[in-house]
Design a protein around this ligand. Structure first.
Ligand SMILES: Nc1ncnc2c1ncn2[C@@H]1O[C@H](COP(=O)(O)OP(=O)(O)O)[C@@H](O)[C@H]1O
Ligand SMILES: O=COP(=O)(O)O
Ligand SMILES: [Mg+2]
Length: 553
């Protein structure tokens, strides 16, 4: 099998204006960025929803990922193959994992979005715009302090950090500015990765440009000694930030290897943010197509829970069907097999690891839907191992389909498409959220931890509880919570695979995203600025003698 980028280079792409035509996007709404990418002016498009929303989530992944994005592409292409007008909605990839461990976010094999190299690198500049807008606010905040701090910001309570779209552990905690009087007043701060920026979340949850500016102004950058909040609009940065984001708020149109349309927009991770593409792109797709396939990051305990409790809650959306991706290799890992042995046949380990599959099925059912299991076939899988997953899924009350879209494209996901289309066309499921808006913030955190993670206890320190209560008194108690936790386990221990129960979820910090509209609860050791691995993927990314990019995947 050729590499992802070799397959991408062999592809015959359709001019983006033609792709737009197939998607129902009029020429007047198209803003081309070259021949194969375009932003779309959603203000010129229909708004009445007509489509069915299909979520693609997964079991708890291995570090390589279990193929949600690839399955989303394969399923979308397969729905086109069986004659269903479909639009794919994905997030944009971050340079962090691209040059770190996981690689790009454009799918893989014969189920990719194109042009994968441009999408995985600078794309249309949205992440650079978000980074600039975020750091403009940081610069204006420190500048305000430098020129006399008339807002009386307590330097010990500045909550607004900086961001960079790269995995750089050296920037997690910094002290600055150093260098004396001319540089300002030293204080502790640090960087998060751009996908964890509140501005990323705002772009993904805003209804339009006016709402975006309003939300930017609502950002809390810190507090005074009397604990009253200082807002972005007090620093007078919200309007300039909106100017920096006026193009980034428009969704990006590209195509799959089979020349079917895809909207890529926004890119929050699901372990440290809400992990879903933008509401603007999803609503646009729902007004243009009969079926909309979208993804949520990492496993269902993270991306799917946040898709339901944050994105659907805020956007008034309801999924018509859910696809849960499982792989033999991940279930073996959950059955106790070491990473280096995952390609060796071991049906017993698959059976043992199926507890993770069962837990995710039960969790999705808490929202009123039973997922269809997409068994993403790897060449190393044996028929016996695949049969175990089908048998176990049946026992857990879920349909399971072996999918070969990575190797075969849409032909490999046709059976999945037929089953999912049938479920999406059936009567609307009894969709429900996990908790009501008016539940206390601490209780929301405890509900997700016990209902979804099956924690036996939730440790919230007194200072954190007081902070949550202060935010409730300030009027933010209606907000949903966004749990930041390792993606590898239901617990906060990345090594606790399978389906741990009764563990303790320790909430070490909470952050108020007053603009985005949720409270982030940071659990365990999760970092909002990842680090690079011992051997970063970047070491293999280079230009060959013909100037072609090699090593992207
Ligand atoms: N069936 C498969 N066989 C081999 N590699 C695969 C298969 N499915 C996915 N991959 C690769 O695994 C990686 C993760 O897939 P991806 O769809 O990005 O996962 P996720 O979105 O869940 O993180 C990608 O590099 C992709 O090319
Ligand atoms: O937020 C994480 O997304 P993936 O699971 O697609 O890597
Ligand atoms: Mg992905």
């Amino acid at each position: 099998m050729p590499t992802d980028i070799e397959i991408a280079r062999q592809a015959t792409l359709m001019p983006i204006a033609e792709v737009a035509g197939h998607a129902g996007v009029p020429e007047a709404a198209l803003i081309p960025y070259g021949r194969y990418k375009a932003k779309i002016d959603v203000g010129l498009l229909p708004t009445k929803p007509r489509g069915k929303l299909i979520l693609v989530t997964a079991i708890s992944p291995t570090p390589a990922g279990e193929d949600k994005t690839t399955t989303s592409v394969g399923l979308s292409d397969a729905l086109h193959r069986i004659g269903r007008k479909t639009l794919l909605c994905l997030r944009e990839p971050s340079l962090g994992p691209c040059f770190g461990v996981k690689g790009g976010g454009a799918g893989g094999g014969r189920s990719q979005v194109m042009p994968m190299d441009e999408i995985n690198l600078h794309f249309t500049g949205d992440f650079h715009a978000i980074t600039s807008a975020h750091n403009l606010l940081s610069a204006m905040l420190d500048n305000h302090i430098y020129w006399g701090n008339t807002l009386e910001i307590d330097l010990r309570r500045v909550t607004w950090r900086r961001v960079l779209d790269m995995n750089d552990r050296a920037l997690r905690q910094i002290v600055g500015p150093l260098g004396g009087v001319s540089n300002g007043f030293p204080r502790e701060s640090g960087f998060d990765i751009t996908v964890a920026s509140e501005i990323m979340a705002i772009l993904c949850l805003a209804a339009d440009l006016a709402d975006l500016q309003q939300r930017l102004g609502d950002i809390i950058v810190g507090y005074r000694r009397d604990r009253t909040p200082v807002f972005c609009r007090d620093i007078k940065a919200d309007r300039a930030m909106t100017v920096l984001l006026k193009d980034a708020i428009l969704p990006n149109l590209v195509q799959t290897l089979e020349n079917n349309p895809a909207l890529l927009h926004g890119g929050p991770f699901a372990n440290i943010a809400h992990g879903c593409n933008s509401l603007i792109a999803t609503r646009t797709a729902l007004a243009l197509a009969d079926y909309v396939v979208t993804e949520a990051g990492f496993g269902a305990d993270l991306g799917a829970e946040k898709f339901m409790d944050i994105k659907c809650r805020m956007g008034g959306l309801a999924p018509a069907a859910v696809v849960l991706v499982a792989t033999v290799r991940a279930l073996k890992m959950h059955g106790g097999v070491a990473k280096k042995d995952l390609s060796a046949a071991n049906p017993d380990a698959v059976r043992a690891g199926a507890v993770n599959l069962r837990r995710h099925i039960e969790n999705v059912q808490k929202f009123g839907l039973t997922p269809t299991i997409a068994i993403n076939h790897f060449d190393t899988d044996t028929d016996e191992e695949l049969a175990v997953i089908q048998e176990m899924a049946g026992q857990f009350g879920a349909d399971a389909v072996i999918c070969r879209h990575w190797a075969e494209g849409s032909a490999g996901a046709e059976e999945l498409a037929r089953i999912v289309a049938q479920k999406a066309d059936a009567d609307a499921p009894d969709f429900r959220l996990l908790y009501p808006d008016d539940m206390k913030l601490a209780a929301k955190i405890e509900t997700v931890a016990t209902e979804i993670y099956r924690a036996g206890s939730v440790a919230i320190t007194e200072p954190v509880r007081r902070q949550l209560q202060q935010w409730e008194e300030m009027g933010y108690g209606q907000f949903p919570v966004c749990m930041a936790k390792t993606q590898y386990s239901f617990s906060t221990d990345p090594g606790a695979t399978g389906a741990p129960v009764g563990h303790e979820i320790a909430v070490r910090e909470v952050r108020l995203s007053a603009g985005a509209g949720f409270v982030v609860a940071i659990c365990g050791e999760i970092m909002t600025m990842p680090g690079l691995p011992r051997v970063p993927s970047a070491e293999s990314i280079h230009l060959d003698e013909n100037g072609q990019i090699e090593g992207l995947f």
